[in-house]
Design a protein around this ligand. Sequence first.
Ligand code: S3P
Length: 191
Amino acid sequence: MRVMNKVDQSIVLIGMMGAGKSAVGRCLQWRTGFEQFDTDEIVRSRFGMPISEIFSTHSEDKFREAETEALRNLSPDQGAIIVTGGGIVLREENIDLLKRFGVVVWLEADEKTLFKRASRTGDRPLLQRKNPRRAFTTMLRARLPLYAKIADIRIDTSELTDEEVAVAILSKFKKYRRKSRPASPIPATAR
Ligand code: S3P
């Protein structure tokens, strides 16, 4: 594993289901040596059950509350990779919390690709509908402006492998940090 110089800014991955946030998060973790936090994982272990079961036995609201609480309790003392669930942008409070962590990276893809990837595992509670395709479109439309508003960096993942996405993120992350804080040290070995 290659270790980047420790920096205080984290990389926060946002984007719709199927954007590849978890897989790309793992690649980033491997490349940077940063610790990784995944809000879905945190909520899942807090309830001790899969997310689909949290939705069905508790409710989406309870899931959203736990998601916000996970963010509130997260305070990495050095740069980290923070992977989020697709609906994290729905709560105003979450947006402030995410911005506080560091650079927010939006993983995008065309709708067809996102839906295909998101429906592959069959375990997304919000797609357990009579017409999951239509539900997906409605959700995506409502969320696009929210992702766009919060993102510092955006990457189109439609044609890229997870590794390629990770490399693209690290390259943009370095440039972004250079632009936003010219006097600060730049991570030396991002790949
Ligand atoms: C959700 C996305 C899921 C998970 C939950 C709700 C959403 O995470 O947080 O099922 O609202 O889009 P992924 O984006 O990792 O699928």
